[in-house]
Design a protein around this ligand. Structure first.
Ligand SMILES: [Ca+2]
Length: 474
């Protein structure tokens, strides 16, 4: 008896610690990731065995969305849990200049508000060690407070590689030297994705295991310049010869090499979690910030990065939560980048902060299988800017999606259940449905204080850049 009592006294603190141990988070954000870039989302040309394995160990969402069709706003939405429209951070930094366009682009913000408590700040308050690696792209270029907006000013303990860049711009771009903050350049010719992975793995090895951690690995890949290690380019050049005439496969050997390099990185991180004995208590999430930069990366969805249609915002969305998500499960419910903030808080048994993540909803009930639906059936997008598309707003309510183009009020209506690739515009044949959704979209814009566009006094049709659809297909 005495021995038992001593044993229980010795074990109790350990058991309590184990029960109380908050999960680690590895958040993998891929740049310009197409809906169909991975095998688990239908790709055949790309080889992604590790990412497919991640999907097989967790939940794969088929209606996962980015909050914007371009970089910076989506990233801000993940970190704040708020729609870009609410933040007024509605375009990529620094955005396009179209001084003679029909509508004047409203004022918008190019930095994160220090008043807000960002996701990493909330986790750090709860004892998490927080590491940022890779692409940040949330700094007010050319403004006096530029230096106050590195990741380390927004809740991350360390920043490796993050600055104002939307893509690697160092001397060798994706190849060393990189000239990035705190990133080891390694040897000439080393590949950026590998070096960021080295740093992420190094952090996981050395961080104090008494505290949970957040690794926020924001890959520069798959953004241009499209560059991959030569052996991978050669491999996919060869493979492309057997893939001729594939309708929905982008047979770009360099981009395929980038995808494989990304996959290798994910595999290395998962292997390290196993090796360190952390895999069972680490949530791994993988998604993208906007669609792929080519309409063949979308598995047939219309449009791609920068467009109002599904290819611009529908993203791979994978969550592995050991012991909670059923391995190999799928979910058709709509989820979006703003949902991560409240979801991670709930996973860590932390109180929600509704005054912060105002537009996010915890998807924990979906992940645990407690529910197949959320108490939400509508998502919104607001893009009062000129890019590949004309300025637009969009709403998805259930299976219906309405796009409103601000220049002329033109509407497009799609039944995504029947027509996921948006081939048949039903606005003319279903005017009542279109008007109902438009009213809902307008009401939402007012509720979040979204910027409205106004007539441009400098409008000059002769000077407006022709908005030709870029020739991306090859
Ligand atoms: Ca992007």
């Amino acid at each position: 008896m005495k021995m038992l009592r001593i044993l229980s006294m010795l074990l109790l603190p350990t058991m309590l610690l184990a029960a109380d141990q908050k999960p680690n988070f590895v958040f993998l954000l891929v740049d310009d990731l197409g809906w169909a870039d991975f095998g688990c989302y239908g790709a055949e040309f790309h080889e992604t065995p590790h990412i497919d394995r991640l999907a097989s160990q967790g939940m794969l969402f088929r209606n996962g969305y980015a909050a914007c069709t371009v970089c910076s706003p989506s990233r801000a939405a993940i970190l704040t849990g708020c729609y870009p429209a609410r933040l007024h951070l509605t375009d990529w930094i620094t955005g396009h200049k179209r001084p003679y366009a029909k509508l004047a682009v409203p004022k918008w913000t190019t930095k994160m508000d220090h008043e807000r408590v960002l996701l990493p700040e909330a986790l750090r308050e709860a004892g998490y060690a927080t590491a940022f690696l890779g692409k940040w792209h949330l700094m007010p270029i050319g403004q006096a407070d530029f230096d106050q907006h590195y990741p380390t000013s927004h809740g991350f303990d360390i920043n490796i590689g993050g600055r104002e860049w939307g893509q690697p711009k160092g001397p060798g771009k994706y190849f060393s030297p990189f000239d990035m903050p705190n990133l080891d350049d390694g040897e000439a010719g080393d590949f950026l994705t590998d070096k960021l992975t080295d740093a992420a793995v190094g952090f996981m090895e050395t961080t104090d295991k008494a505290n949970p951690f957040l690794v926020y690995l924001s890959y520069y890949t798959l953004h241009g310049p499209i560059m991959a290690p030569p052996e991978l380019v050669a491999k996919y050049k060869q493979k492309a010869k057997t893939f001729e005439n594939r309708e929905n496969e982008y047979l770009n050997p360099a981009r395929a090499g980038m995808v494989e390099s990304l996959d290798t990185s994910v595999g290395r991180i998962m292997a390290k979690l196993d090796e360190l004995g952390l895999a069972d208590n680490t949530v791994v999430i993988l998604t993208g910030d906007n669609g792929g930069d080519n309409d063949k990366t979308t598995g047939g969805l219309k449009g791609f990065k920068g467009f109002s249609h599904e290819g611009g915002t529908r993203e791979p969305f994978l969550v592995k939560w050991p012991g909670k998500t059923k391995p190999g499960s799928t979910c058709d419910e709509m989820v979006i980048g703003t949902d991560f903030y409240p979801t991670l808080l709930e996973m860590a048994s932390l109180s929600s902060r509704p005054e912060q993540h105002q537009d996010g909803l915890s998807i924990v009930p979906l992940l645990t299988g407690e529910a197949t639906r959320l108490k939400r059936n509508v998502l919104y997008w607001h893009y009062p800017h000129y890019h590949r598309t004309k300025p637009y707003g969009a709403i998805r309510h259930g299976g219906w999606k309405l796009i409103e183009f601000f220049e002329d009020g033109a509407l497009e209506l799609y039944d995504l259940q029947a027509d996921p690739n948006e081939t048949a515009d039903l606005a003319a044949s279903h005017p009542e449905k279109a008007q109902k959704l438009l009213k809902e979209l307008v009401t939402w814009r007012q509720s979040v204080g979204a910027q409205e566009m106004t007539d441009n006094p400098q409008y000059d049709p002769n000077k407006v850049t022709p908005k030709k659809r870029p020739k991306r297909r090859k």
